[in-house]
Structure formats: C-alpha cells, structure tokens
Design a protein around this ligand. Structure first.
Ligand code: FAD
Ligand code: DHB
Length: 392
C-alpha cells in the first residue's frame, strides 16, 4: 500500500491535516489505534481561538461550529471574594473565543473526511515508523483482524499525541526536551445542568484553582485543582459538588448542580520537544508539545501546527520546494513557546502549590489585581487568550 502522507493518530491534528492535504490535492491515510466512537467521545478541550475558528471555517468546516459554537467575548477572574470581568472584545479590537468542544471538532472532521472519500483506519495501532532518513518512509500497523500492514509514504506525520510512538522513533540525542511537571492535577466533570455563568470563570481560592466552563446552554464543564496523586474513585459526585461550591462561593450567586455525565483527572505538564522534524517525519500537536490546560491552548496549538505543515507539504510534495518544510519546526515553535509561557503564567497565577509559603498567594493576588485594574496588563492576558500571534 502507498500514500503520499501517512498520518499517525485521528485526533484534531491528524484529522485536520488529512483534510487540509485533501484540499490541496494530496493523498493521505490516517491510522488510529482507537475506535471511531472512542475518538468522538473523548472529553478534552473546549475553547477555540478566533484564528482556529476562522481556519476551520475557511477549510469548509464551519457549518455546525457556526450554528452551535458559543462565542465568548471575555472571562471572569475570581479572587479574594470578588469576581472581575475581562472584556476581550474591548481589549483586543473585537476579537473573541468560541466554546465548541474538541469532541465536536473531531466528529465534524471525521464526517467530512469520510464524506470526501478519505481514508481513516480505526482500531489499527501503528507499531513502527521506519526509513525516516530515507526518501521512502514506511508506517507499519496492525489492521483489524490482526493483519500486519505496511504503508509506503513520501512523508509521515506524527500526530499521535504525547504517548505516541513517533517522537520516540527519532534517534536519541537529536531531540532537546524541555519539561516541567506541576505538583497538582485537574479533576474535570461534564454536568447535565445549564451553566451558572454567561462567561468562563477562572477562580483563585486558598484551597486551590477552579474553572467553570460550559459546552451548550444545557451542559456545564467544571474543573478544579486536586493533588497530582488523587484517584477519581475517591471523588463521589457529592464530594465534587461540595468542593466546587466552596471554591466558587460568592454572595448573591448560585452554582447550579446536576448529574455528573463524565469525570476524569488530567495531569498538568509543560513539555516541548525540538525540533519537530526528523528527515521525512514531522511531529504535530501533543506529539511534540504539551501545555497545562489553564490557558486553553492545547487544541489550538495542534490546529496551528498542521495548518503550517499542510502548506509546507504542499510546497514540498507538489513543487519540490523544501524551504517551508525546513522552516516548519522553527515556525511552529515560536507560537508553541508563546503559548507555553502563557499557560505556565496562568497556571502559576491561579493554582496553590502544596506546601507554598504565604508569599505565593500574596504575589498571585497582586498579579490578579494588576490584570483586572491595568488596561495594559489586561490587554496582555486578553491577546494571549484569544490567540497571539493571529493564526493567519
Ligand atoms: P490527541 O488528541 O492526543 O490525538 C492523538 C491520537 O493519536 C489519539 O487519537 C490516539 O489514540 C492516537 N494514537 C496514539 N498512539 C497511536 C498509535 N501507536 N497508533 C495509532 N494511533 C495512535 N487542552 C485544552 O486546551 N483544554 C483542556 O481542557 C484540555 N483537557 C485535556 C484533557 C486530557 C485528558 C488530555 C490528554 C488533553 C487535554 N487537553 C486540553 C489538550 C488537548 O486536548 C490536546 O492538546 C489535543 O487533543 C491535541 O490534539 P492532537 O491531535 O495533537 O493529539
Ligand atoms: C476549557 C478547558 C480549559 O483548559 C480552559 O482553560 C478553558 C475551558 C473547557 O474544557 O471548556
């Protein structure tokens, strides 16, 4: 079997890359270890930068996003018993974010690829990528029924997430990894209750961070900081709601409760592996970098990487021009490092480090006051949150 671009992973990065390549007349095959149902149900991110929305629209994927996505023009920061609004439209010249769950982005992409005759192999673990420093890389996978398949490619795109096999296929010593683990995690729930807020609430509390997000007018998404060794089995729904009630408590405001439809614990990590290319292997999305979720950047970075990669592969495969492919890693990493800094900064400002001295909370509160009082500081937060630099 042969294709121009073998894509490992049917997450947002792999699926969007396959679609963008098809728009350019380039053939690809996506190989994914999980089932279609699993990929479409995996609960993850929910906030799209305006550049990501524009990109999806321009790629013909704006239909349901425009009908069901919820445009948000700001966020609330809650700290020291107050809730302050940051107005992104005012601060950034009209820019916004859109709440549209990653599950929906993935469903739209899978539906579009299949409608266009695209090739996605589900339940097919990629076992090896080889020949990366040759002109003919090969992607080996186990197809349904246990058949071993080899896919000869011009290029392989490693879109297989943080735990994938592509990054480890790069010879040791060639990658520089910069990483930090945070001493806490997020417990996230999807709740069958209308949101208790019109905009997302990022909440600093002496017990730890909490976030009120949403999915639809009838579904809320809430997160709060827990210890990094916490187990979800120790968090019955009542304990979750009690924790959320305590952290968000504000006189005159009520947090509405409802059935918990999904719950899970996410570790917090900053991780950048560079360069994002080795020979004919290009890494994109979580395969190359991870940010803690506080800045809502992970999904947006994945979409940005593959937009740059699609242009680079078009130049390389259709015109023999390798310059954009040579610039791919550096082009992506400029954005990745901006988002890595912003996500670290938001995380450090809002979370309680176990065992921290009183100085930590005092500095956090000083910073939170500054970003809600100074227009310059608020503008910096806002332009990073809606997406800096703009994607196009
Ligand atoms: P992924 O979505 O991870 O896709 C990789 C795909 O590769 C997966 O489908 C995987 O099954 C497949 N794969 C892996 N190995 C193989 C193999 N050997 N063979 C074939 N296929 C393989 N970001 C936010 O902005 N906000 C959030 O709240 C948020 N929450 C998150 C919660 C969790 C639990 C996780 C893990 C991430 C979260 N993120 C969040 C980050 C965001 O979801 C990711 O940045 C985004 O999914 C990256 O997309 P991707 O396509 O690069 O990787
Ligand atoms: C969501 C996740 C985030 O990490 C964030 O910062 C904002 C919103 C969400 O899942 O809705």
């Amino acid at each position: 079997m042969r294709t121009q671009v073998g894509i490992v992973g049917a997450g947002p990065a792999g699926l969007l890359l396959s679609h963008l390549l098809a728009l350019r007349g380039i053939d690809s095959v996506v190989v994914e270890i999980r089932s279609r149902a699993y990929c479409e149900a995996r609960q993850r991110a929910g906030v799209l930068e305006d550049g990501s929305v524009r990109l999806l629209r321009e790629a013909g994927l704006g239909g349901r996003l425009d009908r069901e996505g919820l445009e948000h023009g700001g966020i609330y920061l809650q700290f020291a018993g107050e809730r302050r609004h940051l107005d992104f439209r005012d601060l950034t010249g009209g820019r916004t974010v859109t709440v549209y769950a990653q599950t929906e982005v993935v469903k739209d992409l899978i539906a579009q690829r299949l409608a266009d005759g695209g090739s996605i192999e589900f339940e097919a673990p990629v076992t090896a990528v080889a020949g990366l420093d040759s002109g003919r890389p090969v992607l080996a996978y186990t197809a349904t029924g246990g058949r071993r398949q080899e896919l000869a490619c011009d290029v392989i795109a490693g879109c297989d997430g943080f735990h994938g096999i592509c990054r480890p296929a790069i010879p040791p010593g060639l990658l520089t990894v910069t990483e930090r683990d945070y001493p806490y995690a997020w417990l996230g729930i999807l709740a069958g209750v209308p949101p208790s807020t019109d905009e997302l609430i990022y909440c600093h509390h002496s017990d730890g961070f909490a976030l009120h997000s949403l999915r639809t007018p009838h579904l809320s998404k809430l997160y709060f900081q827990v210890g990094s060794d916490e187990k979800i089995e120790d968090w019955p729904d009542r304990r979750i709601w009690d924790t959320l009630q305590r952290r968000f408590a504000l006189p005159g405001w009520e947090l509405k409760e409802g059935p918990v439809l999904d719950k899970g614990i996410t570790p917090m990590r900053s991780f950048v592996s560079a360069p994002m290319r080795y020979g004919r292997l290009f890494l994109a999305g979580d395969a190359a970098h991870i940010v803690p979720p506080t800045g809502a950047k992970g999904l947006n970075l994945a979409l940005a990487d593959v937009t740059i990669l699609a242009d680079a592969l078009e130049a390389f495969l259709l015109r023999g021009d390798e310059r954009p492919a040579e610039a791919y890693s550096a082009t992506c990493l400029a954005r990745v490092w901006r988002a890595t800094h912003f996500s670290w900064w938001m995380t450090s400002m809002l979370h309680r480090t176990p065992g921290a001295d009183p100085m930590e909370a005092a500095l956090q509160l000083a910073q939170l006051r500054y970003v809600t009082i100074s227009r310059a500081a608020a503008t910096s937060l806002a332009e990073n949150y809606v997406g800096y630099p703009p994607l196009r």
